[in-house]
Design a protein. Structure first.
Length: 95
């Protein structure tokens, strides 16, 4: 599971012809939209299992530093993104 307060999201268009992820390791077989941190480092996606936090350096050719651009890319079907839940909640409600 993603760290509390975060979700891995993708559009229905992205998942056409692809299998959904069941574990964080499944993400290594998907196109991911990565993010830069404020310090200029690549953000590693964080997952929590049995109280332990693990990080994953996901694959992807697109790296952004703006959450609104990340959401636009997700909605366009460009890949999966790791985002704060409140940022994507409206889009999830809308399908």
């Amino acid at each position: 599971m993603p760290k509390e307060g975060f979700l891995v999201v993708g559009s229905p268009a992205y998942f056409e012809g692809r299998t959904e992820t069941e574990t964080s390791q499944d993400l290594l077989n998907h196109i991911c939209i990565r993010a830069w941190t404020a310090s200029g480092r690549m953000y590693r996606w964080e997952f929590k299992r049995d109280g332990q936090i693990t990080t994953l350096d996901v694959p992807g050719q697109v790296t952004l530093d703006d959450a609104s651009l990340m959401l636009e890319a997700v909605l366009a079907g460009a890949g999966l993104a790791y985002m704060v839940d409140w940022w994507v909640s409206e889009s999830i409600r809308d399908g």
